[in-house]
Design a protein around this ligand. Sequence first.
Ligand SMILES: Nc1ncnc2c1ncn2[C@@H]1O[C@H](COP(=O)(O)OP(=O)(O)O)[C@@H](O)[C@H]1O
Ligand SMILES: [Mg+2]
Length: 435
Amino acid sequence: MSVFDDRGMADQAGDPLFHSHDPIFDRKELLHVGHVPDEDRIVGRDDEIESVAAEVGAITRGDPPNNVMIYGKTGTGKSLISRHVATRAQDAARTNEIDCGVLYIDCSEANTETRATRQLALSLKEQTGYQENIPVRGVGTMEYYQHIWQILEACFDAIIVILDEIDKLDNSNILMQLSRAREAQKTDAYIGVIGISNKVKYRETLDERIDSSFGHRELFFHPYDASQLREIMRNREDAFQPDVLEDGTIELCAALAAKKHGDARKAIEILKEAGELARRTGSETVSEDHIQQAQEVAEINRIEELTSGATVHAKLALYALASRIITGDRETYKTREVYERYVGICELVATDPITENGLYRQLKEQAFLGVIESEKTGGGRSQGSYLLHRLVTDPKHIVKAVRRDSSLEDLPTYDGLAGTTTAGTDRDADLSSFS
Ligand SMILES: Nc1ncnc2c1ncn2[C@@H]1O[C@H](COP(=O)(O)OP(=O)(O)O)[C@@H](O)[C@H]1O
Ligand SMILES: [Mg+2]
């Protein structure tokens, strides 16, 4: 990457095809997802920083640390705070002449024990002068552990291992290996694990043996409120050129994100998307309108992501429910009502419908994913009970997200007026495809 950067810069300098000056962004990298802000840009997490530090901090004094599990919804600063505290602990340890390493594993990518241990071993090798070859293929977990213990033994007094999105790991044996390493005389180094999960239920899935040997503390990170989100974004305002952000844009963006999920990542993404939208449309400033549109794109992206693994029938079921809501006068519909519309839609796209019971199961799965909410309602003595389904988001977003499936792009786009549809290729919402 860096090899190409220099050349690219040289080429750009004189060619009018490429603006030398970005009219909207000044330091766009401040808005990148993986960007770790400086300490003075971290907002409203002082207590959480202290709590994490209290668990792993003993390392800086040459004492054994506690393991800790951090729970919380996405975008609540779990990854950021963990990395931040780990790096500070490493620096503090250094001033006490303690060699403390920091390892970060994203378990949504390294989602097996073999992958995770391989990554641990490789990044330990990278951080040290370890000479032995660590094969990338053809060896098992045990061999990676051997390398890990050897490097720890030779180079470190202590190590902090961050296992991010730990619930994505197919088994949690690694927790036991790491927490028992000293006991089992694999290494003298202290090992502190910070596990991170979006799912509070993760602990219930842990093997009892592992749970007790891991013996961790638990912390919960709560969603941000609007004023915290506002400050998080204000602290990154210099991502934009001066005077580009119109008054009220950050406030609006914070209010929208707070109302949704209190998710700082989403808030920052919306701000960035709004800037890109402004740039694409040749606007000199970012307006509230850009924020609104960007928020819509972000929401459609989210739905598309949530439903990316769903079958065509599940998507059609969602679409059927959305279209009923748009064209009807209610927010909730029975399975039977969704099914009737679904059968009609299947005809439109020349697909054989599944059974009503099959559709019911698809709807239940969508409820599990959080796209819809289904509620059991008593229908009176003679009627029995039935399920009522509602969408958790704007039905027009569902329609647009479903139509992004290339096999379904010919479905009508509802323009929001009861009973009327406009068939066509409205891809307005698909702004992200340009970025
Ligand atoms: N308190 C905060 N102050 C400044 N930026 C934050 C704060 N919390 C989160 N962010 C930013 O929001 C994004 C998401 O945070 P992250 O730590 O990845 O959340 P999580 O791991 O809980 O999903 C990151 O870009 C991060 O820099
Ligand atoms: Mg994270």
